[in-house]
Design a protein around this ligand. Sequence first.
Ligand SMILES: Nc1ncnc2c1ncn2[C@@H]1O[C@H](COP(=O)(O)OP(=O)(O)O)[C@@H](O)[C@H]1O
Ligand SMILES: [Mg+2]
Length: 317
Amino acid sequence: MGVEIEVNNLTKSFGKQLIWGGVTLTIPAGEISVMLGPSGTGKSVFLKALIGLLKPDEGEIIIEGVDIASCSEKQLYEIRKLFGVLFQDGAMFGSMNLYDNVAFPLREHTKKSESDIKRIVMEKMDMVGLIGAEDKLPGEISGGMRKRAGLARALVLDPEILLIDEPDSGLDPVRTAFINQLFVDLNAQIDATFLIVTHDINTARTVPDNIGLLYHKHLAMFGPREMLLSSEEPVVRQFLNAQTVGPIGMSEEKDANDLEAEKDMDMPPLPPIPMQLEPSNGVPRRSQRPPGGWCRDNGVTPPPGSFQENMSMATKL
Ligand SMILES: Nc1ncnc2c1ncn2[C@@H]1O[C@H](COP(=O)(O)OP(=O)(O)O)[C@@H](O)[C@H]1O
Ligand SMILES: [Mg+2]
């Protein structure tokens, strides 16, 4: 079913460097959420805080009634069993073949027999499309396959929450499209709560139910995809639509002169909101909302041309 993650006023610094502060959001159970943000804004730090690998300075992270920012090591150990994590580089053991890499969490954390382990490993390898590659070493396969193997490993303990760090880094657009489809299909199959961190705008526009944007040491916005994709808020609007006019510059922030000069410029029109990626079997996910539903419920007129089927990649961005 997936569980909800409630984050209240979370703040994290390293020494004197504030990474982000006052982050408050609720990641809904069973839905797919994407956290977007320029490189270096602390997206990976955010994921690590959610699983208790990094302690925040302030704030709460509440999962099944437990605040993992302040709970005991023992409670944290239990809560961690709810998570599957796919780190940015896949974090595979280089000297183990894919089978043993995927089997690793089962051998570490359960007392299952090797025949049960084999059944589970092969089931997860099948879910990510890696049947036949069990004997390969991580160094012998492509980056895309390594990510799939990391995903199979993240799935072996049947997680309620799946955290995925930059699945598209280092992948070409076609492989990115395949792995995005795989996330949507997996979410339909296992109903876990997905949080995907990325700076890929096309992924953010088409995959999730909810979008968040970390920018300039705070959470600029978090909410249903249609809310952000129709937002006029300058940072959200510029980032999600990859526009050059707005408060974000080449070096993250523009200087005051540039901003002053742009103040009276017209923002380019908002591009249409694309259809959300659907499971490949055509059966909607449990958490999927009808296209345009949020806009209708909130009296927002979506940009012209939104929610048309068969939009070409070019108009999707
Ligand atoms: N363990 C750490 N100690 C000190 N600084 C860190 C640590 N981890 C990350 N940082 C710093 O936190 C900032 C955000 O990093 P990160 O979360 O990796 O960004 P993103 O994933 O958004 O690209 C960076 O400036 C990075 O140098
Ligand atoms: Mg990162």
